[in-house]
Ligand binder design. Sequence first.
Ligand code: UDX
Length: 447
Amino acid sequence: NASVENISVIGTGYLGATHAACMAELGFNVIGVDVDPEKIAALSAGDLPFHEPGLPELIRKHVDSGRLRFITDAEYSTVGGWGDVHFICVGTPQQKGGTGADMTYVDAAATGLAKAITKDRALIVGKSTVPVGTAARLSELVAQEKNDGVEVSLAWNPEFLREGFAVEDTLRPDRLVVGTRSEADEAILRQVYAEALGRETPWVATDFETAELVKVAANAFLATKISFINAFSEVTETVGGDIRTLADAIGHDTRIGRKFLNAGVGFGGGCLPKDIRALQTRVSELGLDHTMRFLDEVDQINLRRRKKAIARAFELLDQDIVGKKIAVLGITFKPLSDDVRDSPGLDVAARLFNAGADVAVYDPEGNHNAAKRYPRLNYVDSLDAAVADAELVVLTTEWDEFKKLTPADLDGKVAAKRFVDARHVLPAADWETAGWTFAQLGRKFEE
Ligand code: UDX
């Protein structure tokens, strides 16, 4: 086997930019490729269009070391398929007007690569989250489109990185999953990931379909876990009981585990919501209409959490929210991210605004992205500005800054002591003792 030296990464969004930088960190020569010349220019200067701890530094380090370059797809198509291995990291967003995955970008990337590659042998590796069956389909597409006399094969290697921990998750993954149709292709991927393998990272070598399914199964399981505890939230909100203690207690069972059992306003982001919908859609296409129907419930439970947060806000304001100043704290889909895609917090803020409230939004990182989506909300740049003269404070994303809040911090600043802790992260007793009307998702509320 020839040794792998050059790696190209097609698509330099969240996944691709991280993967490219991490491949350079592992010692490979890397080219990141994107259709967007502005993105290429920004990345080349070490400027990231999103917030990800440690990534800008890693990109600058390897742009400076000469191991990492970013170029447009037009340029890349003229270098004969420079890479020994080509990772496809483009997006698979939810279809406009549908629930399936939009495969336009993945198909274009695979076709573009197949036409561009002129060296004797190359491996294309899909990393994007795709409907099962995609790798087999792309394999045929690549075979049709590739140049004569060139050997191009395909592999699937799903990515499990979390926003906020993208570099760590890529360099030190919990496991590596590779779907291939030959031992030779698997061997190439073993070379790419030799460092992680040296640390005994579990290596799951399998077929295309399993590799594709592992990714969506993992995300469906995580989403289900969150909606499971949130369903119990609906029970404790009605009958009483403590959802955190319940989660801790079942979490002690190592078969269950405590992670992803935090009840609150539910999941959002660029992955879990769209992935459960795409999975369901794909499985229905396969004729298995009932099989993933529970994911519909998972989705519904999740969306009901947002409604619950809003209902509590209405209750605390005696159903009269028009013109009332409400401070919404946190509008990213989770802390340590500036991503507001399908964010529960932003959704809640926008709906309170649409119902007539005077909403002041503060998020440590997300204001600029949220402002692009909902320009009419009032974005302020500090917690104090948000809560000043507020009739109600709603905590929707559990940034550290908000988790550390005490009643004393807000004393004398708000117009009325009313609080909805939609992530269930603050000690209710302290707030109640300090005279606050304090509601929490997952806890029974009695005025
Ligand atoms: C997720 C998967 O974790 C990752 O493996 C996959 O590659 C991409 O999708 P990410 O979208 O970055 O990653 O976020 P994650 O940390 O999984 O959180 C998803 C959402 O669930 C957030 O909105 C978070 O607030 C919410 N969540 C998480 C809960 O509501 N409760 C929990 O207990 C855990």
